[in-house]
Design a protein around this ligand. Structure first.
Ligand SMILES: Nc1ncnc2c1ncn2[C@@H]1O[C@H](COP(=O)(O)OP(=O)(O)O)[C@@H](O)[C@H]1O
Ligand SMILES: [Mg+2]
Length: 275
């Protein structure tokens, strides 16, 4: 079942077309990365999904309860971070222990006693993230959730999101940082200039660019005849083939490496520079 459906979505602001006929779906139980350079239309799409912005045409809808990191958060400036999260936990019927976990995943351990009014914009966004993690709606929409998080918090966040998906929840998280997406997501949608340029299972997309290194380069190239190959810095790159077929073809050749290292980066750069 698809938890999120975006269909022929167009959003214009005056003469600017922020989203230009975008369609994609996210199946329930998936952590989907929403990837694209700045200005690609990610935030605009998320705002429409949140119901904060009306599409010019087309539709974007989610199944079930929706929550996430919004630019409007409704926190009270006089309350402390801890108080806001206690309220979020009480509303969601969650135990106090969940507050501590959310504080770690949102890197707020040292800000718990701060008042919301004294928080920087970044801290306040992380408070939104923590509140969303506590509320645990069916669909979590997160706009650049990794920005401003240290590696420890990133790891905690990643585990939270994967667990949420494992329990039948769905996550759509935008980012322009490839590493976050590669490590966290099982699917990706890549957008550029308001249009979708790639969509699918992350491993399948990654496998379309396979890197091989062998101490027998001539033998390797012979084995790979018929595949689309390029060479870079002592490695052979096979594009547009499936890993299984490549693995079979190179049977009998000594390999020091067969990986999809750099595949997402190549895909992203190739796709977002081409248009
Ligand atoms: N409220 C707005 N008014 C005018 N232009 C906007 C507005 N919001 C976004 N845009 C424009 O729409 C395009 C897509 O923006 P955005 O959705 O924020 O992209 P992203 O989140 O991928 O960086 C950009 O060119 C941006 O300047
Ligand atoms: Mg944005």
């Amino acid at each position: 079942m698809d938890a999120l459906v975006v269909e022929d979505l167009i959003k214009r602001y005056g003469r600017t077309t922020a989203v230009d006929g975008l369609s994609f779906t996210v199946p329930q139980g998936s952590v989907c990365g929403f990837l694209g350079p700045n200005g690609a239309g990610k935030t605009t799409t998320l705002r429409v999904l949140f119901g904060l912005s009306r599409p010019t045409s087309g539709a974007a809808r989610a199944t079930g309860s929706v929550g996430g990191v919004l630019d409007r958060d409704g926190f009270h400036p006089a309350r402390s971070v801890w108080n806001e999260l206690s309220l979020a936990a009480a509303r969601a019927g969650k135990p106090t222990a969940d507050i501590d976990k959310a504080l770690v995943a949102a890197n707020l351990e040292h800000a718990a006693t701060k008042t919301v009014g004294a928080c920087s914009h970044g801290t306040r966004r992380r408070l939104s993230l923590a509140a969303a993690l506590i509320a645990e709606p069916d669909v979590l929409l997160l706009d650049e959730p990794a920005s401003g998080l240290d590696p420890h918090a990133l790891r905690a966040l990643r585990e939270r999101l994967q667990r949420h998906a494992g329990n039948g929840g769905t996550v759509l998280l935008s980012s322009h940082v490839l590493e976050d997406v590669a490590a966290t997501c099982d699917r990706v949608v890549v957008v550029n200039q308001g249009k979708r340029v790639a969509e699918g299972d992350l491993q399948t997309l990654l496998a379309q660019r396979i890197r091989l290194r062998s101490p027998e380069p001539d033998k390797l190239l012979t084995a790979l005849r018929g595949f689309e190959t390029t060479q870079e810095a002592g490695a052979v790159i096979v594009t547009g083939a499936d890993a299984d077929a490549v693995g079979r073809a190179v049977r009998g050749v000594i390999l020091h490496e067969m990986s999809t290292q750099g595949a997402l980066e190549a895909l992203y750069v190739g796709l977002t520079e081409a248009s």
